[in-house]
Design a protein around this ligand. Structure first.
Ligand SMILES: [Zn+2]
Length: 196
């Protein structure tokens, strides 16, 4: 009995399923917590190998990040759910790199230099071709989602984008990289992306 006793996740208190995910010092967390952190802690390529940054994250830091994300999620749902069923918070802003994109075909190559964000879906879902509203300091801006790549523990944004075999949607409590036609200067970390 003892051998299979289920332990609770030290980051959220939830149940740890199989297989567990291991962060620094071999501490096991649940898959829901792994999903929340995925994207902020990503797969990187070092030489010939893939390295998973999430495996070296300290559990105390993991808990702080997850607590902060859940707090912001509750706040945003309170503030926006009356008008919008789909809410995402922007956690990073970057530019789609040029390198390698031609390998993905003309549709992917056309995304070079576009503004991309890492977003945490707080409510509802988002997908490719959605018309969305960016809410930020510079006001409300309409944009089209040109590509959406769910964050996974297997590949980086660039690898997934070029391969093109990923899902085109993301649901609540998960992260995705989203490429849109918004101008990068109009968007910052902490801004919201919403859709009715
Ligand atoms: Zn957990």
């Amino acid at each position: 009995m003892g051998l299979f006793k289920s332990k609770s996740c030290p980051a959220c208190g939830g149940k740890i399923g199989m297989p567990p995910f291991r962060v620094a010092d071999n501490v096991k967390i649940c898959s829901a917590c792994e999903t929340m952190l995925r994207g902020r802690y990503n797969i990187t390529i070092r030489g010939a190998g893939h390295y998973d940054e999430l495996q070296s994250l300290d559990i105390g830091k993991a808990r702080d990040i997850i607590d902060g994300m859940k707090r912001e999620q509750r706040k945003d749902i309170d503030a926006y759910s009356g008008r919008y069923g789909n809410i995402m918070t922007v956690t990073d802003v970057f530019t789609v790199p040029e390198e390698g994109l031609d390998e993905g075909g003309s549709e992917i190559a056309a995304l070079k230099g576009r503004c991309a964000v890492l977003g945490f879906c707080e409510a509802g879902s988002f997908g490719k071709n959605d018309r969305v509203l960016f809410l930020g300091e510079s006001g409300e801006r309409e944009a089209a989602v040109l590509a959406l790549v769910p964050c996974t523990g297997a590949y980086s944004f660039e690898t997934l984008l070029i391969a093109g075999a990923h899902k085109n949607t993301v649901g609540a409590n998960a992260n995705a990289w989203l490429v849109s036609d918004i101008d990068r200067k109009d968007i910052r970390t902490g801004d919201k992306i919403v859709r009715a």
